[in-house]
Write a protein that binds this ligand. Structure first.
Ligand code: C5P
Length: 278
């Protein structure tokens, strides 16, 4: 049996480029894992079953955890089945990468339980078949991601920081936010290595090109951002396609507006070990 932490991610910046022929968008983003996360307990079994403490989470073949076990069997020829208990703490439809993190964590668990000598780079490649954000979780927690998100340039850890995660009850479906971005048809900006260096040296603020379409879908989110900005935080930004915000600095995130508020910190792992909760 193995119990693994499955961290959430935030996007410290997110630039969206052109829509591609395959329907995805090219992007440039700095991803960071945080101490908010789920817990997966996995054991080898004679049947495959996924249980979750949150009844709103599907536990059938649509769940990315079961897509990961199936993919692992397909890729390796392993026939092992797993009993999996998921303790869900990452809000869903929140832009925090919960499902993708769970899938990456499950691939890591499969490798551990089968004791197969599979390079982490290979798990990263397989992960991209499950979702665009899955490969990132095989970095050590800080990475510059490009392509549709699956091209991962691992970076050293950033300065430690606390981060407030503010999650409205109503989530946002990722595909719809990207569709709305297309219909808004603003100018698409570029992003290059100099911009990345500017960000890493503190000369470029956080930004997210998906805020405009997300606020267009749900104007209450734009209002929430203003209220959080007025609460004293240095930076308030939608994470990924939303609907969660992350707030950096020393503000007061009140549990108002029907939001769940969690204090977390940046989290990194070492090369040989999976993420551990703080
Ligand atoms: O890869 P994933 O399944 O997480 O993506 C969900 C949806 O988000 C895609 O079907 C696509 O509509 C949109 N998407 C996109 N460009 C990306 C990532 C996601 O258009 N780089």
């Amino acid at each position: 049996m193995i119990t693994l932490f499955s961290p959430a991610k935030i996007n410290l910046f997110l630039r969206i480029h052109a829509k591609r022929a395959d329907g995805y968008h090219d992007l440039s983003s700095l991803f960071q894992t945080i101490t908010l996360g789920d817990m997966l307990t996995v054991s080898v079994s004679d049947r495959e079953v996924l249980r979750c403490d949150d009844p709103s989470i599907p536990t059938d073949a649509h769940n990315l955890i079961l897509k990961a076990t199936r993919l692992f069997r397909e890729k390796t020829g392993s026939s092992l089945l797993y009993e999996i208990d998921l303790v869900k703490r990452i809000p869903t439809k929140a832009g925090l990468g919960g499902g993708s993190s769970n899938a990456a964590t499950m691939l890591w668990a499969c490798r551990a339980l089968t004791k197969m000598a599979i390079p982490t780079q290979t798990l990263m490649k397989w992960g991209s078949e499950i979702g665009s954000d899955v490969p990132f979780f095989f970095s050590e927690g800080t990475a510059f991601c490009t392509g549709r998100g699956e091209r991962v340039l691992c970076l050293p850890p950033l300065e430690p920081a606390k981060v407030w995660i503010v999650s409205p009850q109503e989530g946002l479906p990722t595909a719809e936010v990207y569709r709305r971005l297309q219909s808004l048809a603003g100018d698409r900006k570029t992003f290059n290595k100099e911009d990345l260096n500017a960000f890493l040296t503190g000369n470029l603020a956080c930004f997210n090109d998906l805020e405009e379409p997300a606020f267009d879908i749900n104007p209450k989110l734009g209002q929430l951002k203003k209220e959080l900005q007025n609460s004293g935080f240095n930076q308030v930004l939608l994470s990924g396609s939303g609907s969660s915000f992350f707030c950096l600095g020393d503000g007061k995130a009140k549990s108002a507006l029907d939001c769940a508020v969690v204090l977390a910190h940046f989290l990194n792992r070492t090369a040989s070990q999976w993420y551990a909760p703080a």
